[in-house]
Design a protein around this ligand. Structure first.
Ligand SMILES: *[C@@H]1O[C@H](CO)[C@@H](O)[C@H](O)[C@H]1NC(C)=O
Length: 262
């Protein structure tokens, strides 16, 4: 077999996919072929141990090859170029494999903290197939970028499909807390506790924290109408001191402790 015919037979599937999709414009093909040529030739097999190792490496290489060949890529940006028109030509199986491949790339960019690129990949994965995991993954990127409203959007989509998706409940609760939508955060945390998901203790801690912030804000709102000039601390203590019998323990911390317990 000549090098070229071996190349064609090895990459038949990818070539067919590109042809179906219509990316086999001359420029696209030339780009594709050049990409492939740059891959180093695989060394001849030797011992069994290194063979296994190589198998792993080949697997890895195959995965990254699939990324550049499975779906069309914009040669300018290197990002996938997926439109609804293209997706409509795919079988369900192809849609799934494209989606998984796109999601995996998204995960890789997420690990590299390139959240914008990861978002692009997850968005493309969602174009191929709606999956709550892809929404969840994308919401993780938005969380990392402090885009709380987007976190709420994506986790809400995921929860519509899978209402007991604990990771999404927790992530949405955090976003709501950041947005100072405390009752919404408490709602999610309560659902999380009912599902018995995640770390019960950290749920409790978070619920308590959100509750505190919420009641603090209610206090502030209710008392904001009161006159701003309150009596000074010293005049208050002498006021209360006047009513306290001399043998009463005025240590405040003890009182609040016993209050909290009851
Ligand atoms: C994407 O979702 C999968 C499955 O839940 C998970 O293993 C992976 O860590 C997620 N990646 C990100 C970036 O959230």
């Amino acid at each position: 077999m000549s090098d070229f015919s071996r190349f064609v037979s090895q990459h038949k599937a990818a070539l067919i996919v590109s042809a179906v999709v219509g990316v086999t414009t001359v420029a696209g093909t030339v780009y594709y072929l050049n990409q492939q040529k740059q891959l180093p030739p695989s060394p001849p097999p030797s011992s069994k141990k290194s063979k296994n190792k190589r198998k792993k490496q080949n697997k890895k290489k195959k995965a990254s090859e699939a990324k550049t060949t499975l779906y069309p890529v914009d040669p300018q940006t290197g990002l996938p170029k997926i439109t609804d028109e293209i997706v409509n030509t795919l079988s369900d199986e192809e849609k799934s494999s494209w989606a998984l491949s796109l999601k995996e790339s998204g995960n890789e960019y997420f690990k590299k903290k390139d959240f914008e690129t990861a978002i692009a990949y997850y968005t493309n994965a969602l174009q191929c197939r709606i999956d709550p995991v892809f929404y969840a993954n994308r919401s993780a990127c938005y969380a990392a970028l402090d885009k709380d409203d987007k976190v709420v959007e994506d986790t809400t989509e995921a929860l519509k499909i899978n209402p007991s998706y604990n990771k999404c409940l927790l992530r949405r609760a955090h976003a709501y807390e950041n947005m100072e939508k405390y009752p919404d955060a408490m709602f999610d945390l309560t659902a999380l506790t009912i599902h018995g998901g995640m770390n019960d203790h950290s749920n409790e801690v978070m619920l308590e924290r959100v509750l505190k912030k919420h009641s603090l804000r209610i206090d502030q709102e209710e008392y904001s109408n009161l006159p701003k000039e309150l009596p000074s601390a010293s005049s208050l203590s002498s006021f209360f001191g006047a009513f306290a019998p001399p043998d009463i323990d005025l240590d405040e911390s003890k009182h609040s402790r016993s209050l909290r317990r009851s």
